[in-house]
Each structure stands twice: as C-alpha cells, then as structure tokens.
Design a protein around this ligand. Sequence first.
Ligand SMILES: NC(=O)c1ccc[n+]([C@@H]2O[C@H](COP(=O)([O-])OP(=O)(O)OC[C@H]3O[C@@H](n4cnc5c(N)ncnc54)[C@H](OP(=O)(O)O)[C@@H]3O)[C@@H](O)[C@H]2O)c1
Length: 278
Amino acid sequence: MTTASIPSFPLNGGGSIPQLGLGTWPLDDAEVQKAIVAAAEIGYRHVDTAVKYANEVGVGRGLAASGVPREQWFVTTKLDGVYQGDDRAVAGLDDSLQRLGLDYVDLLLIHWPLPKRDQFVSTWETFIRLREAGKARAIGVSNFKPAHIDRIVAETGVTPAVNQIQLSPPIPRRQQRAYDSEHGIVTESWSPIGGSGDLLAEPVLARLAEKHGRTPGQIVLRWHVQNGLVAIPKSRNPQRMAENLAVFDFDLDADDLAALDTLDEGPDAGVDSDRSGH
Ligand SMILES: NC(=O)c1ccc[n+]([C@@H]2O[C@H](COP(=O)([O-])OP(=O)(O)OC[C@H]3O[C@@H](n4cnc5c(N)ncnc54)[C@H](OP(=O)(O)O)[C@@H]3O)[C@@H](O)[C@H]2O)c1
C-alpha cells in the first residue's frame, strides 16, 4: 500500500483529508510513538488525537521519528470542555502545538458540543480566528447534531469542515450524514469498527469476509469507504494497521451493502452527545 492509493476528500475551507487515518485512543505516549512509526512505514499519513487522550507528546515524537516530512502528515487534535468559552481555545491550542512539536494542526475539532454549557458558539468564533492565524489549517466539530451546527453557522457564517461522530454499520447515523453532506461537511467515523464492542464477531461479517477473501474489519472499513466517510480505526498492532489500510482494492456489491444494513440498531443506538462528553 502506498500513500498515493489512499483517496482524500476536499475540505470546504481548502485542503483535503485522507479517507483513512490512525485513531490513537487509549494509547499512552510510549505506545503511540511506536504505533505512529509503524503506521508511517505501512503508509498512514493521517493521525487522530485529542488533548483528552493525554498522548500528544507521544504523537509528536512518533511524527518526528517517522522520517515523513511534516507537510505529508494530516494531524487532527481536539479541544475538550476545559477549553470552551472565553478564548480558552487560544492557549489550549498553543499548549497542544507545543506538546505535538508542531507549528500547526491540519484539523482542530471541538470535541463535544456540551449544549448545556452553551459555549460552543463562542468557542467556534475562537476557532475561526485560530484558522485565520494559521495555527489550524481546517476547523471542525465532533459529536455535533444538526441543531448545534445550524447555530454556529447562523451566528458566524462559517461551516465546519468536518464532523467526527460515532459511526459504524450498527450506528449508521443516516440523518446526520445527510445533513453533513447537504452542508458540504465531511463526516468522519469514530469507533468505525465498533470500538471495544463485538461488531466484528457478527455472522454477516464472517460471511462477507469469506466471500471477498478479506477480514471482518476490512469489510466494515470498506463499508465506510463506499459510504463516502473518513474512518480512523485504532490499532496498536502493525499487522492489523496494514489490514485496515488495505481496503481500497475491492468492492462490496449492492447485496453486501444491504446485508450490512441489517446490523442497524436504530436511531437510539450509540452515544447521545447531548448527555455525554467531558
Ligand atoms: N471524537 C470522539 O469523541 C471520539 C470518541 C472515541 C474515539 N475517537 C477516535 O476514534 C478512534 C477510533 O475509535 P476506537 O478506538 O474507539 O474504535 P475502533 O477503531 O473502532 O476499534 C479499535 C479496537 O479494534 C481493534 N482492532 C483494530 N483493528 C482491528 C482489526 N483489523 N481486526 C480486529 N480488531 C481490530 C483494536 O485493537 P488493537 O489495537 O489490539 O488492534 C481496538 O481494540 C479512536 O482511537 C480515537 O482516535 C474519537
């Protein structure tokens, strides 16, 4: 797998995001440094972290040790609730950049909307200034619902480039995806292969894996790819990292996609971002 074969999606404010990246939660500094060096050799050029993961120092060391030039990497970090309101995101991003050893991140996300605090609009205004200052090439949100995005767009005129949400065949988030695509927002899937759950043990995945000569994880990641999503599977294991990246050379047919639709657990599945977050 060469990096040239990983497609990218254009972002509404400029630049582009590779369709597959490496998730890094809950790796610690030492583990993530090792993982990124291995991932770079396999062909990954996109890494997802967050202040909350407490591993940005290790991410930065991994990026530096990879030998891959900075401009070839796409690095995302997220600021959580501590950094909402009162321009706290300015110092928050400066501290992140220092830990990462970078001058800019490719994508900066508001980690959770925390609607009861009602500070996400002013946080978004700060993010817009951080983008203008060049410290974040693109800005976006995570775990936002249509009503949250409607508000930031109405009050600032700036649409997020990306919305990173929990998304997988059991939690397909069709309504949010339709909203994102109508608004030119790239939808990015967290826990794309089901996180710590047992998605990959579903019999339908064993059947499709056998049909295509692939693994269950590859079938699920190919579902994300064919649905036009960005996915950030996490693995600490180089063999599984390679497996997760090798999903651009086969196709699921209409019957396969319909079979995966049967895993849908309904609109109440997954984390409710109005009640969660930190
Ligand atoms: N924005 C948010 O609020 C939010 C929330 C949660 C997560 N995230 C981000 O999204 C990333 C991905 O989500 P996630 O880590 O929750 O879940 P995930 O990527 O769906 O699943 C990770 C789990 O799957 C295992 N795995 C990886 N590849 C595999 C394969 N090919 N076959 C079998 N098992 C495999 C991993 O174990 P091994 O490491 O042993 O391979 C790990 O236990 C996170 O790392 C984080 O960067 C964001």
